[in-house]
Design a protein around this ligand. Structure first.
Ligand code: F6R
Length: 364
């Protein structure tokens, strides 16, 4: 089943152009997201929605964090994002007009399912699931469902499930934004970015050889720091999680603006720093954070897009295609997946079955 690929994880990374195309299939037509993608009652429920509570675990939580930025920025609707194991054991205040949104690849994660069940008795507009398994408990328990259609994911480290979650959540954010009266030009631009994604992903995966070369330097390190800002902070978190899970290198992600509030003390020549640096409104801020890293002798790996490749002083620069706000978190995730993969292979770990982890966490 792995075919030509050495590991399921690598196969699943390379399936992403198709998986994302499948997520988009039949959900966009004539430059619009089709409201029916969420079911027949969706229009009325979205009209009543004036805030969103996202709950998930692990990689799915990172997808939720990205979606939180989109929902507030595009739909103008407040959005909170929380880890399911925290949410379920506190007493959350539910404001009227809040939509509950659970995100789960497997649809069986114990904490996410428990949070969803707990939400039932509360005053939510509805409970919605973004999920990859149609027959799962989380799908059965939810009133609104948006399937990610990634296909089966065998590797324990989530890859195509994450990027298809991002795409499903982008569709949802655009749809909510339309219901809230987002300006037409911005909406059209968002839809266009999603339509171009499968091609951009395929183009980015061609950088595999360059990323493998970067991994050679990396494989002997003990620690790594991942930096991003805005939606690319959770993308950095996802990069750090991938590296931890499969290579067992200790990695942490920080919002780049937090650097001088503590983690800068860790930076020296033995600390590789990976910067996720697309050309968004935060790029100049990020560049000055990266200068601080260089000034402390940190070894800087900058993942930039072609429009910022100039004027960035780094030891290693990987140049990705330029893309907009919806496409960039997906595109910039890809080199982080490949970096973790190649580092793990070089270190000889069990890529598809990392120690101590299970694919689906059905007990707490
Ligand atoms: C990391 C990973 C986990 C899962 C988490 C939630 O690569 O796969 O962090 O994302 O256990 O699982 P689901 O999405 O099935 O609820």
């Amino acid at each position: 089943e792995r075919g030509e690929y050495r590991h399921y994880m690598l196969k699943e990374i390379h399936e992403q152009p198709q998986a994302v195309a499948d997520t988009l299939e039949g959900r966009i037509a004539g430059g619009h997201v089709l409201t029916q993608m969420l079911g027949v009652d969706a229009e009325a429920l979205l009209a009543r929605t004036d805030s969103v509570q996202i709950v998930a675990c692990g990689t799915s939580y990172h997808a939720g964090l990205v979606a939180g930025y989109w929902i507030e920025s595009f739909a103008g609707v407040p959005c909170k994002v929380e880890i399911a194991s925290e949410y379920r054991y506190r007493n959350p205040v539910v404001r009227a007009g809040t939509l509950f949104l659970g995100i789960s690849q497997s649809g069986e994660t114990a904490d996410t399912l428990a949070a969803l069940k707990m939400a039932k008795g509360r005053d939510y507009v509805a409970r919605m699931a973004v999920c990859n398994v149609p027959e799962s408990s989380i799908v059965r328990e939810s009133e609104l469902v948006l399937m990610t259609r990634a296909g089966p994911e065998i590797g324990v480290a989530s890859t195509k499930a994450f990027t298809t979650q991002l795409v499903a959540l982008a569709l949802f954010a655009l749809e909510l934004a339309r219901a809230k009266g987002l300006d037409a030009a911005r909406y059209a631009d968002g839809v266009r970015q999603l339509e171009q994604l499968p091609g951009l992903i395929a183009q980015t995966l061609k950088l595999d050889g360059q990323i493998r070369a970067l991994a050679e330097n990396f494989a002997a390190k003990q620690h790594a720091l991942f930096l991003g800002r805005g939606t690319h902070w959770p993308v950095a978190m996802e990069g750090a999680l991938k590296l931890k899970e499969i290579s067992y290198i200790h990695a942490e992600a920080y919002a780049a603006g937090e650097l001088k509030h503590g983690p800068l003390a860790l930076v020296d020549k033995d600390m590789p720093v990976i910067a996720v640096a697309p050309n968004d409104h935060l790029i100049d801020k990020l560049k000055s954070n990266l200068e601080e890293v260089r000034a402390r002798g940190g070894e800087l790996y900058a993942f930039v897009d072609e429009t910022v490749a100039h004027g960035l002083d780094a030891d290693h620069v990987l140049t990705l295609p330029a893309c907009g706000e919806f496409a960039a978190p997906v595109v910039f995730t890809l080199p982080l997946q490949l970096l973790a993969y190649h580092v793990a292979v070089l270190r000889g770990t069990d890529v598809d079955q990392p120690r101590n982890l299970a694919k689906s966490v059905t007990v707490e």
